[in-house]
Structures are given as C-alpha cells and as structure tokens.
Design a binder for this molecule. Structure first.
Ligand code: MRU
Length: 350
C-alpha cells in the first residue's frame, strides 16, 4: 500500500495519517490543495520524497480546483498554488523540486485548461511511480554495502512511510534482508517526534526485520564499543559539496561514527541533491514549535516545569568529511563529493 496515492474513483489524494501510527492506521482524503499544504506542515505526511509526491498531487488538485476557463488564468492559479505548497516546509528540496516539475509540465501544455489539468495529474502519477522505482534501484546499490551479520544504526524514518513506497535508507535494509542477509537494526528513537520508535519500528515489524530501539544518546556507546558496522540515514537536502541536511541528531551520530571509524552512508535520490546550494550552510533549517519538545508525559504527567521554554530545530547539517559515501539511484558516490556528485547528476540530465 502506498503512503501517497491518487484515488481515481473519487479524484482525491489519499494519505496515511502518520501522526497516529503505530497505534492507529488511518487514511485521510484531500480535495483542497490548501489542506494538502497543511497536512505537510502538520506532518500527516513527512519524509522528503513523500512530501514531494504529496505536493505534486497537491498541484493536480489545485488545477482541478481552479475555475479558470483559459490557460492564462489556470497558469496564474497554479503559480499561486505552487507558492503555498512550497512554503509548507522549508528544508526538503524534494518539495520545491516536485512542485516546479508540475508547474513546468502545466506551462508546457497550453492547448486548453482541460489538457493542462490532465497533464499535471499524469505528471504527478509519473513522479510517484518513479519514486518507488528509484528507491528500489538505490536499495540494490546500498544492499551491496551490507554484509551478512551486520548491525546498523538507522536514524529517523526513511522507509515506505517517508517515500511513496519502499524507502531510502530503510529500503536498503529491507533489500539486504530480502537478499537473505542477517541484519540487526538499532533504531534511533529520534526525538522529539519519535519517527524512529513510532514509524521505523512499525515498519520493521511488518518486514520481520530484527531490531531494537535505542535512545538517540545511546548511539555513541554502541559505536564506541564496536557493536555497529554501519550507519544509515536519508536526507532532506544534500548540498553540491556533499554536506547532508537530515533529521536533527544526524550530525551527532555521524560525528560519533566517524570518530569510531564506522562507515556513514546517506541514501538519497538525486531529487534530494541541490546543486544550486554550494554547502550545507546555505540550506534553511526548519525550526518547529517548542511544544513538540515540551509536551512529553510520563505516567500521564508532564516532565517539564510549567513555563519551561525549548528550542526545536528539526534538522542539522552533517559536513561532507563525515560521510563515507552517498548511495543514489545511479550508483554509490564516493569523495571527492563536489566533483562526483555533479558528474552523477549531469549523467542523468544528458
Ligand atoms: O521531519 P521529517 O520526519 O519529515 O524528517 C524526515 C527525515 O529527516 C528523513 O530522514 C528524510 O526526509 C529522508 S527520508 C527518505
């Protein structure tokens, strides 16, 4: 079942409500692109490739919602919708990449509003199907790095739920498991929203892959004591020099892995690489509401004193020198990243 899917019978977008997992599996339907932008902001759907595909279908909804009877008016409405969708979350470049792709398709079909509407939906469907294919291609490359018996640390959720289906870093783990390799996953719980313990653990249960949840701050202990062979995660944006922006905590994890000579592998589709941004410092880091940090309860009681304040950056920057290699759908990219990333992207654009 896909995380993000167009319902052709009812012309609606269907999303799994990830805020409720693992306790409840519920689908939500959308017919209004403003609501789609809100679903991205509120993290009904999350994970860079998943929000890209969601926004692409959001553009298809915007095309249907527009009452425009001529292509000029429809183009204008779609440009407005593109801004609303792109502003939903700032860090994952897949979001603006997907929206711009839909906008370009629309503006290239100037025959009639109906042709334009159909073209955007078709393009969104194509993007979603491509996402699944690309994940499986990355998974095959990535699985070649996994040895039988490996223990890996995985950060955040990068599985089927973070994509249209299959997953990036978790897709690699899933592929290695399907190839018959014994693999044990130490799942970072990933404070504050717990994508690891809520979503990754839920997925690993479905796939029958052996795992244990660890607190984020236990990773250094496991790495230093020689119990981990690889570190895997995804990314929301990779700069031209190979700096990786991913879920908060990735930097500390990569530092600890590097210090203990454990290889660090981000698994990212080319759509997550932003050649226009030279290094990680140029990537906007989303700061989310402090409530996500403060509203933690144990035994039904708050854990922080009334009036406590918090900071909640959702992502951090892992400098490229901490990264061993980047797994993509066109192969595994090794340093020097600046040169080799550009070559990989240009090879696909040819
Ligand atoms: O805030 P989220 O849950 O959207 O953050 C997701 C991540 O950081 C993932 O690691 C990243 O998007 C790569 S997922 C394929």
């Amino acid at each position: 079942m896909r995380t993000v899917e167009w319902d052709y019978a009812n012309n609606r977008l269907r999303l799994i409500d990830q805020r409720l997992l693992p306790n409840e599996f519920k689908n939500l339907s959308y017919q209004d692109y403003h609501e789609v932008a809100k679903a991205i902001r509120d993290m009904v759907v999350r994970g860079a490739p998943a929000i890209g595909a969601t926004a692409a279908f959001g553009m298809a909804l915007a095309a249907r919602q527009s009452r425009a009877r001529d292509v000029e008016t429809l183009s204008h409405d779609l440009k407005n919708a593109a801004e609303v969708l792109k502003n939903a979350r700032p860090t994952a470049v897949n979001l603006s990449w997907a929206v711009d792709r839909m906008l370009n398709v629309a503006l290239g079909h100037s025959g009639s509003p109906e042709i334009m509407r159909d073209a955007v939906l078709q393009a969104a469907q194509q993007l979603a199907d491509e996402d699944v294919r690309i994940n499986q291609e990355m998974a095959l490359f990535g699985a070649s790095l996994i040895d039988d018996g490996d223990t890996v640390i995985h950060h955040c959720n990068t599985g089927a739920l973070a994509t249209v289906d299959w997953g990036t870093a978790l897709g690699v783990i899933r592929m290695a498991h399907e190839q018959g390799k014994r693999i044990h996953v130490l799942v970072d719980e990933t404070r504050p929203r717990l994508q690891g313990s809520r979503l990754t653990a839920w997925e690993l249960e479905q796939y029958g892959i052996d795992y244990e949840i660890i607190t984020d701050n236990a990773a250094g202990y496991f790495l230093r004591s020689g119990q981990v062979q690889k570190v895997l995660f995804g990314a929301d944006r990779v700069a031209a020099n190979g700096d990786v922006v991913n879920k908060i905590g990735t930097y500390m994890l990569a530092l600890a892995a590097h210090a203990n000579k454990v290889p660090v592998y981000p698994v990212v589709p080319l759509s997550t690489i932003d050649l226009a941004t030279p290094d990680g410092e140029g990537i906007p880091i989303e700061e989310r509401p402090p409530d996500e940090v403060l509203n933690l309860e144990t035994n039904g009681m708050p854990v922080v004193p009334a009036g406590a304040r918090a900071r909640n950056p959702a992502f951090d920057i892992t400098p490229h020198h901490l990264v061993t290699a980047i797994v993509t759908e066109v192969g595994i990219i090794y340093p020097p990243f600046k040169r080799n990333i550009r070559r990989a992207v240009e090879q696909v654009m040819k």
